[in-house]
Design a protein around this ligand. Sequence first.
Ligand SMILES: NC(=O)c1ccc[n+]([C@@H]2O[C@H](COP(=O)([O-])OP(=O)(O)OC[C@H]3O[C@@H](n4cnc5c(N)ncnc54)[C@H](O)[C@@H]3O)[C@@H](O)[C@H]2O)c1
Length: 355
Amino acid sequence: MAKMKLKVGVIGVGAIADERHLPYWHELEAEGRVELIGVCDIRKDRAEEMAAKYGARSVYFDYQKMLRDGQYDIIDVCTQNRFHAPITVAALKAGAHVLVEKPMAMNAAECRAMIKAATSAKRRLMVAQHMRFEAPNEKLKEVIQSGRLGQVYSANATYLRRRGIPGWGKFHLRRESLGGPLIDIGVHVMDLAVWLMGCPKPIAASGKVYRKFGDRDDLCNGDWGEPYPPSEFDVEDYASAYVRFEKDITMTVEVSWAANIAEERSGITILGDKAGISTDPLGLYGYDGRSLTSTRFDWLPNQEGHRMEIRHFTECVEGKLPVRVQPAESLRIQQIIDAIYESSRRNREVPIKAV
Ligand SMILES: NC(=O)c1ccc[n+]([C@@H]2O[C@H](COP(=O)([O-])OP(=O)(O)OC[C@H]3O[C@@H](n4cnc5c(N)ncnc54)[C@H](O)[C@@H]3O)[C@@H](O)[C@H]2O)c1
């Protein structure tokens, strides 16, 4: 008997869908595991172009019509942040399992509604935190789980661009995206650091966000171009924060789309009382009682995170695995983000009531 192929639909076929989602669904289709049934975008030309490029059977300009017309096993949501929650909830109610791009949503209340919809529909929901699927980060997770760090007590999550304000889409608009680098690229490194530490529950956050470049007429955005009318830019372009977790665990965060630094740098450091790990240079750094020890992990496959994440989610829907990025973990990251923005507005630490 022929194996059932999972029916896939992708909603929002902009940059990330074209670069990192549709190619991997196409690859799985070539392997006979899925069928790309529909793509949808409110930009008609774009939807048609992507449907033709990846051989989707149907093309839609309205996601509700798409969900009414087809029986999807998987809906992959790649719109800007504002539509993550409404489309995810609608797709879950229509009976699909949902993979949704990061960040999970615009606030913790939306995340809760998404989790509730997934629970009621008995469907899988996963946020596309692709860094958890990259080989170096999987290696670090394995090392931490082996206990070689001893007691983990603090992390640093950094993602700093000297100049790199996204020059496409709606990233610069608060109503469409909620915020700037904190929710855009900060969500990647915060999720990774918290996951590596074993997902402790956050209890409070303190932070400050700044807008120093994005709304300037003389913005020099490097290779990223001159994207939007500067007066429209109403999110931050730099943020720093301090997050407290249960069990005296802490995390420092620093992110930017634009800052006066020498060059872009990003990475994670996790400190334990026996050893620490770092992504740059990738390795384990400790002490053997007499001297300092450094173990570098140089030999790892070049494994594209989105590719592995899409394959993983397919296997979850096939019933083979639990999702690696649990929705409650993504909700807690959103709670941290919400608390940092609130802390910045109120100039004080904000408590977090974690799930
Ligand atoms: N994981 C990563 O590394 C990564 C990288 C870039 C972007 N992203 C995330 O992916 C999302 C999209 O980013 P992008 O760079 O592709 O942006 P984009 O603007 O290029 O694409 C978004 C697309 O969604 C479409 N859209 C908007 N509202 C819609 C609706 N109601 N129904 C159907 N289509 C709709 C837009 O027309 C656009 O084509 C964002 O949430 C972003 O945070 C993730």
